[in-house]
Design a protein around this ligand. Sequence first.
Ligand SMILES: [Cu+2]
Length: 485
Amino acid sequence: MALNAPTLVDGTFPGPLITAQKGDNFAIEVINQLTDDTMFKSTSIHWHGLYQNGTNYADGTSFVTQCPIAQNHSFLHTFAVPNQAGTYWYHSHYSVQYCDGLRGALVIYDPNDPLAYMYDVDDASTVITLADWYHVVAPVLRHVVGVIPTSSLINGLGRYSGGPPSELAVISVEQGKRYRMRIIAMSCDPNFLFSVDGHNFTVIEADGVLTEPLVVDQLQIFAGQRYSVVLVANKPVNNYWIRSLPSDSATVGFGGGVNSAILRYVGAPVADPITPNTRAQIPLVETDLHALINPGAPGIPGYGNADINLHLAISGGLPNFYVNGVSFQPPTVPVLLQILSGAQQASQLLPNGSVIVLEANKVVELTMSSTGLGGPHPMHLHGHSFDVVQSAGNSTFNYLNPVRRDVVNAGSNGQQMVIRWVTDNSGPWFLHCHIDWHLDMGLAVVMAESPSDTLAHNNAIPAEWDQLCPIYDSLSPEQLGAEGS
Ligand SMILES: [Cu+2]
């Protein structure tokens, strides 16, 4: 893929859909042709949701797993994805660069999907990306306190308050068919309330993990999250509004087709829908979602009964967030390079106070509580899915069959969430708020899994990776672009 003007993949927003079949090996070369001096000119690309077990160096996380790719350089990401299928995405993981457009969908299809009997159509036409859009570049916005997006885009199209009645995204369906819609929240900030007028739909996947089918008529999806839903086109031939109400935007409501796309049955006129917005009757509740395959959180059930019981407290707010009192600042030397160079203890690893060392093959139970402002915070862990044993705002625990995913809402002031995973993937993995502005304000830590095993576990690091830091570190301010300012 080529990154080019202004900050896009192959010149489109969202970037091109990457598809694969379950079990495929990936080889993706990122070619950095960014030239716009008002934006960031270095980059790195993260493949959101893919575990990268044994290929931590290909995770694409600037200053955690690699140095950024400099302008006019490239980096080949080779990795395997055994045993994962579902809805993923890719985006810049360099400062707040993805807010300027560097984001796209990635879908791994399973030829033996156990839920394939539920739908007839699952292709590029049923991928639905929800994004926020800013009319000011990210390197400027990151210095503005209290940024809100100008508007939202569905599959790259949308209208904004005071703007022209531009074209909207159209999802075409044939009456009688069943569609697997893959909904991806690739926003930098807002979560979205997603619904389709006149239609219920059945959730079957959360963040790349199949769920027991659950019928809803609205879902809230946080930045970084994905859902597959089956929509049955069994209503009269017509146009219906698809609604995606952002939690935060300068463009509010649905007047004039803002925050909307069109579900158009074959045979319906080419016209905007006139369907009314109705109150949700059965909105998605996260605790009603259950992993379909091999359900159950790892380890001994019961709060505090894991091998490693961690508590991270989010505090602060604008302009700085803290995790257990420390605001994350990217280190100069990527954490992976520090580990490969011999640093193994938390006390040796930078940034000081932001790296948590975990022993290998242990069950981790992480509680994240929030006392700061700016929530709800969608927290994303690289390198794993996790079981959500307590959802924010919910007092009950579920160790038997909780939802398994890779981004979870940690809630707002006074709330907490609890997740579990197994440390079976040696390497440094970022845990951060997926509101990109919050990440930039320090809402992140690094989980360094078994540093003493990292070299052996990641044994195919290419020579090209070694060159990223010397090249990046030698860049002039002009070559850096706006981040040099
Ligand atoms: Cu946040």
